[in-house]
Design a protein around this ligand. Sequence first.
Ligand code: M6R
Length: 612
Amino acid sequence: MCGIVGYIGNKKATPILIQGLTRLEYRGYDSAGIAVIEKDKIEVKKDKGRVSNLYNLDGIDDLKGTCGIAHTRWATHGKPSKENSHPHMDNDNLFAVVHNGIIENYNELRNELTEKGYHFLSQTDTEVIPNLINYYYKQDKENDTLKVLRAVRNACTELKGSFALEIICIKEPENMIVVRKDSPLVIGKGNGENYIASDIPAILSYTKDFYFLNDYEFAYLSKNNVKFYDTELNEIKKNTKSIEWDSKGAEKGGFEHFMLKEIYEQPRAIRETIGTRLNSSKVSFEELGFTKEYLETINKIYIVACGTAMHAGIVSKNIFEKLCKIPVEVDIASEFRYRDPLIDEKTLTIFISQSGETADTIAALKLAKEKKAKTIAISNVIGSSITREADYSIYTHAGPEIAVASTKAYTSQVTILTLIAIYCAEILEKADLAKIETLKKDLLSLPAKVDEILKDTSAIKKFAKRVYKEKDMFFLGRGVDYAVSLEGSLKLKEISYIHSEGYASGELKHGPIALIDTGVTVVATITDEALVEKSISNIQEVITRGAKVLVITNQNLENKGFETVINIPKISTEISPILSIIPLQLLAYYISKEKGLDVDKPRNLAKSVTVE
Ligand code: M6R
């Protein structure tokens, strides 16, 4: 999806803008552009294609300006083309604007502006914005210091939909204005310079101090200062927050792909996510501060998220129900938000989002708040939108995740959810203490066990070579192994474009087994001791029908006649998905690589889905 970068300071803006855009390439895009304030005009350079193409555009090396905005576009309104690329300007070339999000009423606004004499060069929804600002600017008879800001504010009050905007104006060459609504944007504070980005990794090598904007807050930047205003244009105070991430986290560090690097970062990500929460005799979440009285009023837990984060929720349903004896529903955020869910103040709702910017998950959280449920946000990004909406925020410490296919965020999410379940169980005093102690011990053993799996990946590579030309695959499992099968299947389809389905093994014979034929590949996960025999029978059924089978297990399945078995370390069943997903992540990775695909930036996908 679209990315935004901005710079205002003493240095030449162009290299900083292009470097920032390069760091945002992982988000997926089809065009790129920059606008820089030069002596007496705003210079725009843009085109469809890669960010690196910008270096070849005529005159780009001549840009000397120290204030500029930049954008990578992922086409929504209008095909990828030079005209549709951002930045866009108004008819008088006074303002340049980059925009992430969607303006839902752009047609009406375009018609109104056309009636007023404005014309449009692109098919985008964005182009109405600079012209609307132009309109308000010209209507305003005042000539005070807030004139440009007022025009931006007036234009924004007319916009419906979502937007993160950067605006520069030739009348104020030493300033820049940014504003957001339902689309991410952060401001990085430097020394005599300020940076803007839609994602922290874009500017992490310049600063670790960030301002976070709420919806409809306007930031008015100069190189030495950032002033914040509400919609009435009253000044508001904001402090920076420090981000611990190392800028190296957003680099490949010798790995061929970000995804592989992130798979190998999982031991550290899990260790840091556990952090000090397990050091005391009881698991601690001071930020939650739950009491027994409060938890006893809870009659339902909802876990809501999208994609991989939702799969982490499915894994954790089991442990919450087992330890806390509270029924748990796991829901897809885009469904939850539109189906009037039965929740009230007795419901505890947990929203999981690596990026913290997923539009559906944020909307689902807002709905839960409206219905008076307590809301917990679990995110990997400090200050992300979801954490600013929720009653409580809890962070995973996976570090920046760049590859579109989520890996270390997933294992960190399951880790933190397990810790929350234990935390609640210890307060409720309903769970078997020995079980809790085993789980705690097992959680601490996770990093070493993940390392053990990562030490030898030869069997997975070999299997990937064998099956990479396949058209269909099934991922099977029972209980938590079913949950992990869903995630294994998602990983494969995302980056290998092979059609795959995650299925509960026992459900196979109720329909999908009709698809099993000679050569179909089945990946089965078996880690639940209580279900081993049943799982084996299901696998035999597919082998009989000609399937090629890969089994991931921590059970002794020697002599069961399976051709390829990958053994993983033993651990409590409830958290075994944190281990069993690793070979599945690697399988997807090696298949994608074998097919010569763009592992980190699969087609049609974006790292954070900030629109519905
Ligand atoms: O940032 P989020 O965790 O909210 O993202 C949710 C999904 O879009 C994300 O997990 C997606 O499914 C990944 N590409 C999976 O690898």
